[in-house]
Design a protein around this ligand. Structure first.
Ligand code: PMM
Length: 287
């Protein structure tokens, strides 16, 4: 018997389909859109475009997590993120903050963010879980094995699905021990974070096994390099990041069909169309 997917996170929107989270990276160096929205007014404008395109959530981050990236200082991260969070929250966006730092999470929630997306699942900053509990906001915890400077050295698994599931279960236990209600927690397998392309594909095709954790699942496949590799040209040259959106939308449809709660994407309109197709398909198949 398969576990039924968990589909709701308390305090976040509840459309009758997989949610679509749009990405706003206020960074000079993210792999997917590095530098495009580094200026805060450009980032706000882009976030509002994502809302217009139908984003259920807008995820604002100020730290690039591309393999090898150096971390910004706390002050630098705050300066990048806070004006963008505040302006988007005023502009009717449902804003999540993508940060590993408790201090950034707190200030972003005070500025209007409604949830914290932590790619380290609470491992990077010991204050993160207690802070999120105190703030009373939903927490999106990703599978993580270390900072970007060293993470690809940690992409070694005997069984990637079993190990990611066990390591995510440990994060569920840590969050519960800190006092976070389970209905405020979503989990993410962390595609590309200490994962090879093969690991990513193995995780994507084993989402059923991650549903056994009993928490809603978030998946961030959009524009990642395993898609660039899949779509490489005849010379083996990877497809550039900004030309991976159709493949990203295909992954969104398949994730939605597999019961994923939310997909994190750069091109919101394409993925929203894709999850709507998956949702209509599933409804028809049930009736
Ligand atoms: N990927 C990136 C950043 N934040 N957050 C979650 N929850 N899941 C992800 O897969 C994830 C993330 C890196 O990708 P980007 O540079 O396109 O933002």
């Amino acid at each position: 018997m398969f576990a039924a997917p968990a589909r709701y996170v308390d305090g976040l929107p509840t459309p009758d389909r997989c949610l679509v989270m749009g990405v706003v990276n206020v960074t000079p160096d993210s792999f997917s859109d590095g530098g495009l929205w580094f200026d805060s007014s450009a980032a706000v404008e882009h976030g509002l475009e994502l809302v217009e395109a139908g984003a259920d959530l807008v995820d604002v981050g100020g730290e690039s997590t591309r393999p090898g990236a150096e971390r910004p200082s706390l002050d630098e991260e705050l300066a990048r993120v806070l004006p963008v969070v505040a302006a988007l929250a005023k502009g009717d966006a449902v804003v999540t903050v993508d940060t590993m730092r408790a201090g950034v999470a707190r200030s972003a929630v005070e500025a209007g963010a409604v949830a914290v997306n932590d790619v380290s699942g609470g491992l990077a900053d010991p204050d993160m879980l207690p802070t999120v509990v105190e703030l009373g906001v939903p927490y999106l915890a990703m599978h993580w094995r270390g900072h970007s400077t060293s993470m690809q050295d940690r992409a070694t698994y005997a069984d990637v699905v079993a190990e990611v599931r066990a390591e995510l279960r440990a994060r569920v236990d840590a969050a519960s021990a800190a006092g976070l209600p389970r209905q405020r927690l979503a989990l993410d397998p962390g595609l590309g974070f200490a994962k090879t392309p093969d690991h990513n594909w193995q995780l994507l095709t084993a989402l059923q096994s991650l549903h056994e954790l009993g928490q809603p699942l978030l998946v961030g496949a959009s524009r990642k390099s395993f898609l660039g590799e899949l779509l490489a040209d005849d010379d083996g040259e990877r497809r550039p990041a900004d030309q991976r959106d159709d493949a990203s939308a295909a992954v969104s449809a398949l994730c939605a069909a597999a019961g994923v709660w939310c997909v994190r994407v750069h091109d919101v309109r394409r993925s929203l169309d894709a999850v709507k197709v998956a949702s209509r398909w599933a409804r028809e198949a049930r009736e």
